[in-house]
Ligand binder design. Structure first.
Ligand SMILES: Nc1nc2c(ncn2[C@@H]2O[C@H](COP(=O)(O)OP(=O)(O)OP(=O)(O)O)[C@@H](O)[C@H]2O)c(=O)[nH]1
Ligand SMILES: [Mg+2]
Length: 286
């Protein structure tokens, strides 16, 4: 059997988490149009008759770590890169201009001694404007693939090639399939789903001032899954914006999160979601 570890690297917003979700066929990592959505490496398992792959979705690497979350995110990415990885996927987004940020990622990618596959994502977009800026990088890589993570295009050939590159190894037999097939505990996963809705529903800097903690998960006798969660933010002004006029914003965030949790758990969910101020959450969170 083949088995190994594959890490996705690339600057924020290129579609790394979307690609992992598409390959694994299940939502394991949250995604959003905003950069720096992923904050810590997520390990997701893919298995078929050929063997098993652990995909590591890393936070996007960025040029300047302005705040503490960005600094921690960068460190998490680097340690994921240094650990035991067999194949790297270097993801680029030809719909966006190549900027200094890309140079920083390239600097890291060029130092990698393991096989690196360059992956052009978002190829569902017609004539991506900045394609030529990335095309000439192709000669630096042995393998190049053009895919669309969101439209699930050309994923199979990419996966076939990854399997070819992976070593033959014994796989630890498992009694039961791992589910959900990832390295997060249930509470963290629920917090991530809520954080995704926060990213999608709030503007500009607000998502970066905030995080989500789940305080309680309780299966009640009436079959309802009770979840108590809090959004933590650094200032009263952000708290007000997250709650919104007549609490409209927080209601939308809560109901989107609840709907998704109901779908993924197949249970009725009561989500008790509030917003608190915690000026220091960045220092204490992971
Ligand atoms: N058109 C198109 N959009 C895509 C594709 N893949 C991802 N996106 C969009 O690109 C945005 C960023 O996707 P993510 O998967 O969150 O990107 P990421 O690289 O994980 O970003 P960070 O976690 O911030 O580093 C989202 O709005 C996705 O819907 C694709 O194949 N085509
Ligand atoms: Mg991500």
């Amino acid at each position: 059997m083949k088995s190994g570890t594959v890490a996705l690297v690339g600057r924020p917003n290129v579609g790394k988490s979307t690609l992992v979700n598409t390959i694994v066929g299940q939502k394991v990592a949250i995604t959003s149009p905003k950069p720096q959505t992923t904050r810590f490496p997520i390990h997701a398992y893919y298995t078929d008759e050929r063997g098993e792959i652990v995909f590591i979705d890393t936070p996007g690497i960025f040029a300047k770590a302005k705040d503490l979350v960005a600094k921690k995110t960068n460190a998490a990415t680097l340690s994921a890169i240094e650990s035991n990885i067999d194949v790297f996927l270097y993801i680029v987004d030809p719909t966006r201009k190549r900027e200094y940020e890309e140079g920083r990622v390239l600097g890291i990618v060029r130092k990698i001694k393991k096989p690196v596959i360059m992956v052009f994502n978002k190829m569902d977009v017609q004539d991506p404007e900045f394609l030529p800026q990335y095309e000439f990088l192709k000669e630096e890589f042995d393998e190049v693939f053009y895919v669309s993570a969101s439209e699930r295009k050309h994923i199979k050939p990419l996966l076939d090639r990854i399997f070819e590159l992976l070593p033959e190894r014994g796989i630890e037999p498992r009694e039961k399939p791992v589910y959900p097939a990832l390295n997060l505990d249930g509470g963290t996963f629920l917090a991530e789903l809520i954080r995704e809705k926060l990213f999608l529903q709030t503007r500009k800097e607000i998502p970066y001032t905030a995080t989500v903690v789940v305080d309680e998960i309780d299966e009640r006798e009436n079959g309802i899954l009770y979840i108590k969660a809090r959004i933590l933010t650094t200032d009263l002004i952000y708290k007000k914006m997250i709650i919104g006029q007549q609490a409209k914003k927080i209601k939308v965030i809560g109901s989107m999160a609840r709907t998704e949790i109901e779908t993924s758990t197949n249970k009725h969910v009561f989500l008790d979601l509030t917003v608190d101020i915690d000026k220091h959450w960045m220092e204490t969170s992971r």
